[in-house]
Design a protein around this ligand. Structure first.
Ligand code: BDR
Ligand code: CA
Length: 317
């Protein structure tokens, strides 16, 4: 059993990552931590509580964290990709549970100290809560089992700028602290997440698998995905929606679905055009010291099959 903390800025693919994690066997979810990003932190927290309840996992504690980047102002919600409420304007029942009092970064530090070497941290939003936790406990990199992040782009273009990806560009200083800290770090960037796209046909297959046990869940997911697929069609002219955040969860739970390469990755924090870029030294010099395992290829079919099976409880032939 893997012990996991998932940090999210609950937009649509974050919601899918939460559902996939909570429904996955052999995982103990220690907590869900939230931050600003796709939506503001209060909305991210509300969405997270609602999604946990939708998964039948309202007992999993939720901890709210950062409301803005470490040193910058937040640029506001990403409404065109995630909808007004972050989850594709799907309306879910008000949650029965509330977020815990403890701040996200305090919880992360406490969990890592209570079970040293045991906890996998999965970050699929800005890295602000992790940078904050690191400031509170500089020995954190030696106390966690691993950190898997969705973020960055090494061999492919960015998504918020030609060279930078949203989670890194959303708080480059936080990302820089994390990449420099010596964590056992796996980077699940656009290099691989753009390869795992869910299509309208995948959604229709999910809908065809509805039964009394999974109906509410599949209805909500299908509505979110339809919104997202339409958004990607409009923005990028593609017929699918990349499942960025669920892929990071999948990599943490099934590392063999990706191919990784050790690289030295630095985060651009100063550049006028390139702020938030993940610059990997690909020159092949033996003086370069790797600080991250960067995912460079993915078995997309295996990922999608596994994802659909966990969500619906049925296997697609
Ligand atoms: C990342 O940005 C957010 O919009 C998604 O939730 C994902 O974490 C992709 O760049
Ligand atoms: Ca996210």
């Amino acid at each position: 059993t893997k012990k996991v903390i998932l940090d999210i800025d609950t937009g649509i693919d974050d919601a899918l990552a939460i559902l996939y994690l909570l429904k996955h066997p052999n995982v103990e979810v220690k907590g869900l931590t939230t931050g600003f990003g796709n939506v503001d932190v209060d909305q991210a927290t509300l969405n997270t509580l609602q999604i946990a309840e939708l998964a039948g996992a309202s007992q999993v504690p939720v901890y709210a964290g950062a409301a803005k980047p470490l040193l910058r102002e937040w640029t506001g919600p990403v409404v065109h990709v995630h909808g007004e409420n972050g989850i594709g304007n799907v309306s879910l029942p008000l949650p029965k549970e509330k977020a815990r009092e403890e701040r996200a970064s305090d919880f992360i530090v406490r969990a890592a100290n209570e079970e040293p070497g045991e906890i996998s941290l999965i970050f699929v939003g800005r890295l602000t809560n992790l940078a904050e936790a690191l400031a509170k406990d500089p020995a954190l990199p030696q106390k966690v089992k691993e950190v898997v992040i969705m973020g960055g782009a090494v061999t492919v273009p960015g998504n918020v700028t030609p060279v930078s990806e949203a989670n890194i560009a959303g708080d480059p200083e936080a990302a820089s602290f994390v990449f420099e800290a010596g964590f056992p770090l796996t980077m699940v960037g656009l290099d691989v997440t753009m390869q795992t796209q869910m299509t309208a046909e995948d959604v229709e297959w999910m809908v065809s698998q509805k039964d009394d046990t999974n109906e509410a869940l599949i209805d909500a997911i299908a509505e979110m995905l339809r919104f997202r697929i339409a958004a990607y069609k409009k923005m990028h002219g593609i017929n699918g929606s990349p499942l960025h955040d669920p892929l990071a969860v999948a990599v943490a739970l099934h590392p063999d679905i990706v191919k990784t390469e050790p690289m030295n990755v630095v985060i651009e924090t100063k550049g006028e055009l390139s702020s938030g870029a993940t610059i990997a030294d690909l020159r092949g010099r033996d003086t370069v010291i790797p600080n991250a395992n960067v995912c460079v290829d993915v078995d997309a079919d295996r990922f999608m099959g596994g994802f659909l099976q966990i969500i619906t409880g049925k296997k697609r032939e």
